[in-house]
Design a protein around this ligand. Sequence first.
Ligand SMILES: [Zn+2]
Length: 359
Amino acid sequence: MTTQEIKEKLSDEDVRKLLLEMGADFYYEDDDMWITNTICHHGTKPKLYYHKDSKLFHCYTECGQMDIFDVVMGYKGYEQEEFQKAINWICIKLNIDNCEYGFGKQEQISDWEFIRKYKKNSRKEIETKSLVPYDKNILNIFQKMYTKDWVTEGISIETMEKYNVLYSTWQQKIIIPHFDINNQLIGVRGRSLVDEDIELFGKYTPFKVGRRFYNHSLGQNLFGLNHNMKTIQRKRKIMLVEAEKSVFQTDTMFGDDNFTVALCGSNLTDYQKSMLLMLGVREVIVALDKQYQTLDSDECKKWAKHIKDKIINKLSSYFLVSVIWDTSDMLEYKDSPTDKGKDVLLKLMENKIYVGTND
Ligand SMILES: [Zn+2]
């Protein structure tokens, strides 16, 4: 039995039971999805979405797309190599006879090849889940209106037009369409301008029209690549940022010379990694938000470890990897390296830190 088969065997109620075991609070439920607090990284905000049809989770704070095994691993703090522990935990909680599947016996737990096979199956399933492009006509319901806030924050109207940024007057949200490399519409995100919504659900939320969510494939794309691929391939380098907004800001700064794409999270998915390999770049610059107040804080150490584990270690065997790290306090807390304008970004890039290979 593969992890995929185990996952398919889990009913929604099984998944609910596991989430409750992990202390989840259910903030929202309908026929298609649930929203709970982000137990995947012991967060408190209701930003962990579960989609019943795909059986996939999405943590909009930091973890990105996950399956139930990833959620358990995050909650229990298991490393990638301890994948089988998550399977065991699930089997015990749901009274699934784990010996039957070969996960329970000690000699099999220590058999790494055996475990790897399961890991691979699980990853492959996420990667190859086919993207269904959405009908671009959905965008016609929105208005071509551009918020002054974003202009103030260094995003030109030209950039917003280029990226098809729109506005929903009825939801009071900035609408950000996500296109893949072939300019197919693969997702839509809304950025709320209503304070209560931001408080409850965070700044960015997946966009819902009727019962349909337009958010399934954010981790299966590099936002902005449809516009910036030529420059990336010409320069043989790419800069990874967290959010769409940073791609817009760098577009306004550099125009056709922009080599920035957004991960739409702070994790690099295997899919995104394979896209980087395909692009043939030599250097990857990691430019995530400044998720720490001071350089000597535990928060800073934790953030550095996160970036190392979730991004750098996945890349350092293939690319020259550098990180933008705000050592001279030019950015504010939670700022993106692009938030303080071109001069600051260029200074940060000048002082980027090259990180060694992964061994
Ligand atoms: Zn999370």
